[in-house]
Structures are given as C-alpha cells and as structure tokens.
Design a protein around this ligand. Structure first.
Ligand code: 5GP
Length: 202
C-alpha cells in the first residue's frame, strides 16, 4: 500500500489554521498529529486530544530515547511530534498533519525532505492585523508580538511547497486547496522513482 504523506501546516496568528484543519479532518485520509508539550493546559484543552501534557523531565527522556520526530523550544516550553504515532499513521496510508511553527517545519524539511510544507496566510498583512484586533482576545502587547513574529514567519515562505490564502469565511476552500495539493503531490514523479521497474515486474 502507498504510504501517507507528512503534511506540515504553518501559519501566523489569525491565519485560521484551527478552522481550516478542522475542515480538513472531515476527510478520512487525514489524521492530526497530537504533539507533546511542557506548557500547562489552557481551559478546555484535553490531554491526548489537543496535546500530551508532560513534564520537562519526561520530554527530555523522550528526546534522549529518540522518540520525537522533531521538537522545538517555543516561548520557554518544549513542543514535539511523537515519532511512533506519526510512523504508524503514514504506514496505514493516511496523511499526517503537523500543525507546527516555522522552525519546526524547517527541521522536518531537513529530516524528511519528502514531506509537504504548506503555508496558510490571511489575504494580506493588513487583513491579518484587522482580524487579530477584531478578535478582541489579546492585549495590544500580544498583538504586536504576534505581528512582529509574522514577519519572521512569512520570511520563510520561500522554503514551503504551497501557499494557501484564507479569505473571509474561506476555511472550506482552503481545506479543498490543501487536499488538492496533497493529492497532486502524491502523484509527483519524484515519489515514484521505480515506476518503470515496478510496471514490468508484475
Ligand atoms: P500553542 O502553545 O499556542 O498551542 O502553540 C505554540 C506554537 O507551537 C504554535 O505555533 C504551534 O503550531 C507550535 N507547535 C505545536 N506543536 C508543535 C510541535 O509538535 N512541534 C513544533 N515544532 N511546534 C509545535
């Protein structure tokens, strides 16, 4: 059976990642990778669903044991992708979605060049800023920090394979673009180096 792909989705604050990924997960061939983190759960977050909440010691043990596909330190907390679960999903033929920040994405690209990197963006920086302010959930300081971070994130867009713009209310359209990109990428000739040999072997 053909293996599933490792699909990395990054996007700055206000890009609507959560909604788009929820839409994507309506298709059975996509599975969300639940990360491990050392940060405290936020209200409503469930262990094993949003994250595996573990201590710094446990996290370090998992790194030492080679159990993390990738990991990063973000705002003084560790975040990482459990390796065994990731491999099992891809072996089953399903595509694994990693919702991770840009540094993690660059690590994944280095370790697994065959992964597919997708950057989700609001239509423009000014729309993003308006959306962040419109949410009214963050302080001005947090908004500024996220907008500053956005410049660093978007600076790496050239390292990604696909870019998807999230227009107003467009989560379903974004999910469709991502499905199409992944479907096309599965047919890429570089993924089938033995096509000729296998064709005549059967
Ligand atoms: P938050 O604390 O807001 O849930 O996540 C903070 C950042 O960490 C987000 O940009 C999120 O995408 C990223 N993140 C979550 N899980 C992982 C992971 O397993 N690896 C990496 N590299 N980043 C992650």
């Amino acid at each position: 059976m053909e293996k599933g792909l490792l699909v990395v989705i990054s996007g700055p604050a206000g890009s609507g990642k959560g909604t788009v990924i929820a839409e994507l997960l309506k298709s059975e061939d996509f599975v969300y990778s639940v990360s491990a983190t050392t940060r405290a759960p936020r209200p409503g977050e469930v262990h094993g669903k949003n994250y595996y909440f573990i201590t710094k010691e446990e996290f370090q043990q998992r790194i030492d044991a080679g159990e993390m596909l990738e990991y990063t330190c973000y705002c003084q907390n560790f975040y990482g992708t459990p390796l065994r679960e990731a491999l099992a999903v891809m072996e089953s033929g399903k595509n694994l979605i990693l919702e991770i920040e840009v540094e993690g994405a660059m690590n994944v690209k280095r370790l697994y060049p065959e992964s597919v990197l997708i950057m989700l963006l609001p239509p423009s920086f000014s729309v993003q800023e308006a959306r962040l302010r419109g949410r009214g959930t963050e302080t001005e300081e947090v908004i500024q920090a996220r907008l500053t971070r956005t410049r660093e994130e978007v600076a790496l867009v050239g390292e990604y394979d696909y870019i998807v713009y999230n227009h107003q209310g467009g989560a379903a359209a974004c999910a469709e673009d991502i499905r199409a990109a992944v479907r096309a990428d599965r047919c890429a000739i570089r993924r089938h180096p033995d096509a000729e040999k296998l064709y005549f072997e059967d």
